[in-house]
Every structure is written in structure tokens, then in C-alpha cells.
Design a protein around this ligand. Structure first.
Ligand SMILES: Nc1ncnc2c1ncn2[C@@H]1O[C@H](COP(=O)(O)OP(=O)(O)OP(=O)(O)O)[C@@H](O)[C@H]1O
Length: 338
């Protein structure tokens, strides 16, 4: 017999307007199944942090409802707080205190004490590879160590649901990969439910079983990374012509390429030819042949799997990079999300 477990997180039609008439959420819906990693993906200002703030009881929606670990965030915020761990964008650790002291304090805040507290702190220091640095003040930690301590702090009281708000922003590539491995481990071995927000397409692709793409305060599309990418049929083939073609050449080429089988969405623009192909590798020789017969030289050809950036473009109607007007710091574009 199969039993259906209630979602670990369920938000329905959340609306939130800030002072100054900024509508941060315009009907946000999120459902996260227990024991899964869910990624809220979107550029700056999309509404990810506001959603997390409401789900973690730090902000109230104007309307809409939400439950976390089965508790209503508005009616039982205290129960929600006991069931969740929160790793905010900015570190909550005291920089003057040591890693050990920070964890001890956090544990006491959640009512742990004595041998139970000491055991939990030692376990987390070990687990997050911070045992050697445990007696050093946090201000001397590297970015990666601080972030690992932040996650450890969020886990002291053994929460059911962990919220990670941009867990790897500002980390170098090595620390980022280490954090990804850690998140994988938490989800896999400990059955923790994780809701993470991220700007990084490749991060969502790598970690999350399901992704919701958020744009202007609502989810524009949701699904598994593969399903989202699979919606973009086949491979993207890009050719660079040795010379730009004019209007007549464009029509001629689009016609010639369009007659080849297995190719769709042919677009010729100056020196660029973009085509969707059922099988990109097989399409290249056929394309080169067609262009050769049309007397057009080709300087370069690339075949790429569709990226989440392409999905974003399709559903949000703009490029991920264009949507992010405030900061492109570390933003991973199409190349990172293959
Ligand atoms: N306290 C606030 N007061 C006024 N406006 C706010 C406040 N917090 C967020 N906003 C605005 O609400 C919108 C959504 O912001 P939010 O921080 O939820 O987006 P985000 O997707 O988390 O962005 P980021 O990736 O930059 O954290 C933005 O237009 C933002 O400027």
C-alpha cells in the first residue's frame, strides 16, 4: 500500500506588496514534496527571498496561505520555526565568537543542553569539516568555511525542512562545489527537505529534483530540470557564416535548410544561422552540404544541448541576463546550465 505524505512546503497564491508600492509577489505557488530538494530560480528581485521570508515566518503575506512541515505559517509560526532551519543570504554567525561558540549558542537557543548539545556541536563541526578551526574566531574563516558554519547553524536542532537562500553566492568555484556535495549529502543521507533559492542556472540544475522558475513575483514554469530542458526539442545548432547574407540570401537559406528533415526553427540573421535539430551531430553535415550547394561558406559550427537559460527565455520572455538588471555578479548564463 502506498501512503501519500503531505507536502513539506505548500504555498498558495501568496501576494506581498512592500511600502512604496513594490509588488514583490503576485500569486506565488510552491509545493515541495518531503525529502526532496526544490530550487527557486530567478534573477534579482524576482521574489525568491520574499517567498522564503514568508515561509520562514519572518514576513506576512498580504494574502494567500502557506504550510511548512504541516504547520500553518500564519496560525502557528512557533511550530514552523521549530521545524525549520534557515540559512539566510547574510551570515548569522557572530564573527568575534569561535565556530564552536556559535554552534553552542545556537543549540542553547533551541533548548539543547548538556551532553546532548556537546555531542551535536561536535558532530556538526566534524560533519562540516570545521573541527580544526572550531576554536578560532569566525572572522578569520574563509568564505567557504563561513558558509559551511551557516549551514551547520541551521541544522543544530535537527530541522525537517531547511531553507537555503543563495547558498553559494560569493563562493569561489572550489568552495561552491564542496557546498553542492554537502547539500547532496544532506538531502540523500538524511532525508531532509531542502528549499533553496539561487541565481545560478547550473546550481539549480545540479542540485534540485524540481525547479520553479520565478519571474516578477510568480512561478512561470515548474518541473524537473530534465523535463524543462526536454521541452526544448533536440539540440541547438549554431553556424557562423564566412560572410553576412542579405535579405534575399536569408530567405533562400531558410528555405533550403527548412527542407532538410529533422530541423526546426531555422533562423538566419546576418552571419548567424540558428537551428533546432532532433539530432545535432547528424544535422551538421546535412547543414554544411545545403549551405555549400547554396554557395555560402561556413566559418564555425557548434552543437549545444538546450540550457535552462533557453527555458527561461521561453517562459519569461527575456534572457536571464537581461532580467537581472541590478547585478550580473557571478551570474551563470547559458553555458553553465547544460
Ligand atoms: N523590505 C523591502 N522593502 C521594499 N521593497 C522590497 C523589500 N524587500 C524586497 N523588496 C522588493 O521586492 C522585490 C522582490 O525582492 P526579493 O528580495 O524577494 O527578490 P529576490 O528574487 O530574492 O532577489 P535577490 O536574488 O536579489 O535576493 C524587489 O523588487 C525588491 O526590490
Amino acid at each position: 500500500m502506498t501512503t501519500t505524505r503531505a507536502p513539506a512546503v505548500e504555498a498558495r497564491q501568496l501576494i506581498k506588496t512592500y511600502a512604496g508600492d513594490v509588488t514583490a509577489l503576485r500569486g506565488m505557488d510552491v509545493t515541495v514534496e518531503p525529502g526532496t530538494v526544490f530550487g527557486l530560480l530567478g534573477p534579482n528581485g524576482a521574489g525568491k527571498s520574499t517567498t522564503v521570508k514568508i515561509l520562514t515566518t519572518l514576513a506576512r503575506p498580504d494574502s494567500g496561505s502557506a504550510t511548512v512541515a504541516g504547520h500553518d505559517v500564519l496560525r502557528h509560526p512557533d511550530r514552523v520555526r521549530r521545524a525549520i532551519g534557515v540559512v539566510a543570504q547574510s551570515s548569522g554567525a557572530d564573527p568575534v565568537a569561535t565556530g564552536h561558540e556559535n554552534l553552542q549558542l545556537q543549540g542553547r537557543l533551541y533548548g539543547l543542553k548538556g551532553a546532548d548539545l556537546s555531542r551535536r556541536v561536535a558532530e556538526l563541526l566534524d560533519r562540516f569539516n570545521l573541527a580544526d578551526a572550531a576554536k578560532r574566531p569566525v572572522k578569520g574563516y574563509s568564505g567557504g568555511m563561513r558558509r559551511r558554519l551557516d549551514v551547520a547553524l541551521g541544522l543544530v536542532h535537527r530541522p525537517e525542512v531547511l531553507f537555503l537562500d543563495e547558498p553559494t553566492t560569493g563562493l569561489d568555484p572550489e568552495a561552491r562545489t564542496a557546498m553542492w556535495d554537502e547539500i547532496d549529502r544532506l538531502a540523500g543521507e538524511e532525508g531532509l527537505t531542502i528549499l533553496l533559492t539561487t541565481h545560478y542556472l547550473d546550481e539549480a540544475d545540479r542540485l534540485a529534483e524540481r525547479i520553479a522558475i520565478v519571474d516578477r513575483g510568480r512561478v512561470v514554469v515548474e518541473g524537473t530540470p530534465d523535463a524543462l530542458k526536454g521541452e526544448l526539442r533536440g539540440d541547438a545548432v549554431h553556424l557562423e557564416l564566412s560572410q553576412a547574407v542579405g535579405e534575399a540570401g536569408r530567405t533562400l537559406l531558410e528555405g533550403a535548410i527548412g527542407r532538410l528533415t529533422g530541423l526546426h526553427e531555422v533562423l538566419v540573421d546576418g552571419r548567424r544561422v540558428s537551428v533546432r535539430a532532433d539530432d545535432g551531430a547528424a544535422a551538421v553535415p546535412a547543414l554544411l552540404g545545403a549551405l555549400d550547394r547554396a554557395g555560402v561558406g561556413v566559418a564555425a559550427a557548434t552543437v549545444a544541448r538546450p540550457s535552462l537559460d533557453d527555458v527561461y527565455l521561453r517562459y519569461a520572455g527575456r534572457r536571464y541576463s537581461e532580467a537581472d538588471t541590478q547585478s550580473t555578479d557571478g551570474l551563470v548564463l547559458a553555458g553553465g546550465a547544460r
